[in-house]
Design a protein around this ligand. Sequence first.
Ligand code: SAH
Ligand code: SF4
Ligand code: F3S
Length: 472
Amino acid sequence: MKRTEAIELPAEEIARQRSWMREFAAIEDRPKTYCVVTYGCQMNAHDSETLEGMLSEMGMTPAPGREQADFVIFNTCCVRDNAQRRALGNVVWLKELKKTRPEMMVAVCGCMMQQPGMGEQILRQYPFVDVAFGTHNLYRFPQLMLQAVKSRRRVVEVLQDDEGSIPEELPVRRSSPDHAYITIMYGCNNFCSYCIVPYVRGRERSRSSARILEEARQLKAEGVKEIMLLGQNVNSYGLDVEGELSFAQLLAALDETGIERIRFMTSHPKDLSDELIDVMAMGKHICHALHLPVQHGSNRILQSMNRRYTREAYLERVSALRAKVPDISLTTDLIVGYPGETEEDFEETCSLVERVGYDSAFTFIYSPRVGTRAADMPDQIPEEVSSRRIQKLIALQKEITHRRYAGYIGQIHSVLVDEASKRDERQMAGKNEYNITVNFPGTRDLIGQIVRVRITSSGESTLRGELIETKD
Ligand code: SAH
Ligand code: SF4
Ligand code: F3S
């Protein structure tokens, strides 16, 4: 059922949290420095920027490293087993450090914490963790910290609240003056059979378009050059709210704000509309780069994955895109070793990858997640089979990337300069409109500017070029 308005948290709740931030800052005997350790996707990276914003208002400053920090918080991911293991491994590593620095505080939050039973597990097995919370109550972080410091007791709070409200007006400490993330929607309704995200991020909730546009205008005024719109499936933006803009309409409105570059992720192929393709083709600031995860090339597997499109439908969308946006750069996510995947199914993934010609791809070995449908399916694929398949797929994509990147040689790209190379101060690095890193000889004063660069050669995952002119 559609809501009539976005479900924002009451402003009083945020005001309360803000007063607790100030109260925390006034405590003398509290942690003074922090380190936020982030795993997972851009959503988590942006949540960590909010955590840092709150920590700053709580009177804390960033520590040079996690060994020196008075307070360390792990913002975790659980999308694959190795993501979760890495996060837990690092939490346990802190246990030793805490023996030498008992006053140090440790917190764990994010998607891993939101899984059923995690709160209890942290209480039982990880007694050195002081504060833990899930994804739905991130905004309550100041209150939980204050409780922990005042009572000198452990505080664990994970809300089983699928709907979750939308927190607005929380402080954010952005990691770059030139790029900014803007969350446009939370949660996911798709329940792909392999995926844990809908269970740990709740149902789809769109932010109000008025808020999003206001944030973009504000960021532009602050000098931000590039915004990245975030959502697990941005193409279904607005569908949950009566009378809200569609994603294509939102994108068109954002294009009007005049912000230099607009990117977005992730697009679900099933909802990629003609309207969106038209907006991408006509927009002045929308980057011609699209991350369009296909996951698999076999119809049988796509159906079992509950992706709700066929190989043919996906290829048709790609053709429609290329017809209107001929220079579009496509990237994707691919899973190998999904339960029941035969050699023929796998070959279909390879042939689809060939057909589309992605600029690059993220390849993953299927990882069973407890509570998802695929985890209980028969015919789980042995590790050695998946490993062999992924190696083959990586090698194939490498060739395609090489071919695609070679095609860019001679073109002139606009590059938002990010930094000087770590190895050579006279080499600058930035992203072109296709989100590919371009290196070129230049000077540090170009950082933060969008410049024009002629591409002269290509590497494995980057391009090289020479500066033509500075644009701004
Ligand atoms: N909402 C995004 C993806 C979020 S998760 C989308 O639908 O595209 C990022 C990627 O992790 C997915 O695209 C998928 O390729 C991969 N992934 C998710 N669950 C996985 C699992 N159980 N095993 C292996 N890879 C997985
Ligand atoms: Fe996971 Fe599918 Fe939702 Fe993406 S669309 S987050 S893969 S359930
Ligand atoms: Fe991981 Fe959560 Fe993102 S599970 S991929 S951090 S939404």
